[in-house]
Ligand binder design. Structure first.
Ligand SMILES: Cc1ncc(COP(=O)(O)O)c(C=O)c1O
Length: 454
């Protein structure tokens, strides 16, 4: 028996939790034999930017999975969830049914996007938002009499989720091989704007021109009239925190516009303040036709996601005098919507975008400049709360990856979680992080690199 976070006595022992998890919990993205051997890592609680792991306070430099934007344990969100669960614990949104919070959230999202997106479809996860965006794109083309437009374009290093289609859209082979994906008759990939690894020494302007020309060539090869949409994460998160050169997003949008291909911005990671703007499309100044969001919309206190459609798309959808035959049990969940509204209020009332722009981003940028001079760092980059070290210690992909993992482990041992993604160590700090906490985290990281080199 042990006292738990809430101060009440737990009648379940630590060993019980451990054996229950090992015996019965089928974990995502986990090697079952390693799990059986090492046992799971239990997170016992969390507050602000810190996790409690076995009584040790660890800085969560990755905000969970890039999702806990406002940090852990925010009372306002807990109260919003409780109040809505009491008032309306569930309602569906099929056949015209709605609820107050879903209605208010859709209006709030239209306002936050300055009406670049007029209507919002709700779902639960980033994957089902992207899956829904695919079906909305297919349906849009059907209504326009072009239902032959079925091919989807995405990029190498992209991550769009783990359903079958979103895994196919993902451009990281590690996610494909166990399932014989991608579905090449439905999804085609083009190059990523990854200057450090794929730029071949080109100037940023020439690299952008090359990527736009490659996209144009791919469209010509397939036939524009067969292509429904192009998926882009404004910053490619899981692929290695890849930040595009200036002008890239406008350049690919121009190519797509010319061929009438819908541009779908996957802002599942970048949305809700990570770049210092509410959305990354605003930060980079391009205009997608659809946007998908999840994670930061509720800071993942409740699973909720959304697809926003521009007026151009909404106007076509409105021409249909029939049901759009797509939806999930949890579309527009009132508790999720209430939590999202409270989450957005927390971001606005606490001026968290200002904190990102005035405190977090400059502190990270200063440290990235310093890290870039380290002989084991090939490139150090950051935008807003997002930062990455692209290591060059080692000759093969395996050696680079092993070194990066060593740095990640050394950082964890010193009290900071950063996420190894192959040769790239990525960080996504919560928007509430102070400049002092960034300083503390970066000093830990510096010590971790030194220890990994030694
Ligand atoms: C850019 C992006 N899109 C989609 C997803 C999928 O979201 P989920 O895991 O909620 O399905 C993720 C998840 O990390 C993501 O990073």
């Amino acid at each position: 028996m042990a006292e738990n976070q809430a101060g009440t006595v737990d009648t379940i022992s630590a060993a019980d939790y451990l054996s229950a998890d090992i015996k019965h919990h089928l974990h995502p993205v986990t090697n079952p034999q390693t799990l059986e051997h090492d046992g799971p890592t239990f997170i016992d609680g969390a507050e602000g930017i810190h996790l409690d792991i076995h009584g040790q306070k660890i800085i969560d430099g990755v905000s969970g999975l890039g999702c806990v934007n406002i940090g852990y344990g925010n009372e306002k969100l807990c109260q919003a969830a409780y109040a809505e669960m009491k008032q309306l614990s569930y309602s569906h949104c099929f056949v015209g049914v709605s609820n107050q919070k879903a209605a208010l959230l859709s209006r709030k999202l239209a306002e936050l996007t300055n009406h670049d997106f007029e209507k919002f479809f709700f779902a639960s996860t980033g994957s089902d938002a992207n899956e829904s965006a695919v079906k909305l794109a297919y349906y849009y083309w059907r209504l326009k009499g072009q239902s032959q437009r079925k091919i989807l374009l995405a990029r190498e290093y992209a991550y769009h989720g783990n359903t079958v289609i979103t895994t196919a859209l993902t451009g990281i082979p590690h996610y494909h091989f166990q399932f014989e994906l991608p579905l090449n008759h439905l999804v085609q990939h083009v190059g990523a704007p990854y200057a450090y690894r794929c730029g071949n020494g080109l100037s940023p302007e020439d690299f952008v021109r090359k990527l736009a020309a490659d996209l144009e060539a791919k469209i010509t090869e397939i036939g524009a009239d067969k292509i429904a949409a192009f998926f882009v994460e404004p910053i490619q998160g899981a692929g290695g925190m890849i930040m595009p050169p200036i002008g890239y997003l406008q350049a690919v949008q121009e190519v797509c516009n010319r061929h009438e291909i819908l541009v779908i911005a996957d802002e599942v990671v970048t949305g809700f303040g990570k770049t210092g703007s509410m959305f990354a499309y605003q930060h980079y100044g391009f205009k997608p036709d659809m946007i998908t969001m999840a994670k930061g919309i509720t800071s993942t206190y409740f699973p909720l996601s959304s697809v926003g459609v521009s007026k151009k798309v909404a106007d076509v959808l409105a021409t249909a005098n029939e049901e759009f035959v797509h939806g999930f049990t949890n579309c527009g969940h009132p508790v999720g919507a209430a939590v999202a509204l409270a989450n957005i209020e927390v971001i606005e009332e606490n001026h968290l975008l200002d904190n990102v722009n005035n405190n977090i981003a400059p502190a990270l940028a200063r440290w990235m400049e310093k890290f870039a001079k380290n002989a084991v760092v090939g490139e150090a980059r950051s935008v807003g709360v997002l930062a990455a070290l692209d290591f060059c210690r080692g000759d093969s992909e395996e050696e680079l990856t092993a070194f990066c993992e060593r740095v990640g482990n050394e950082a964890l041992g010193r009290g900071l979680i950063a996420r190894p993604m192959g040769p790239v160590l990525g960080m996504t700090f919560p928007l509430i992080t102070t400049a002092e906490q960034i300083e503390e985290s970066m000093k830990i990281l510096e010590a971790a690199i030194n220890a990994a080199v030694a």
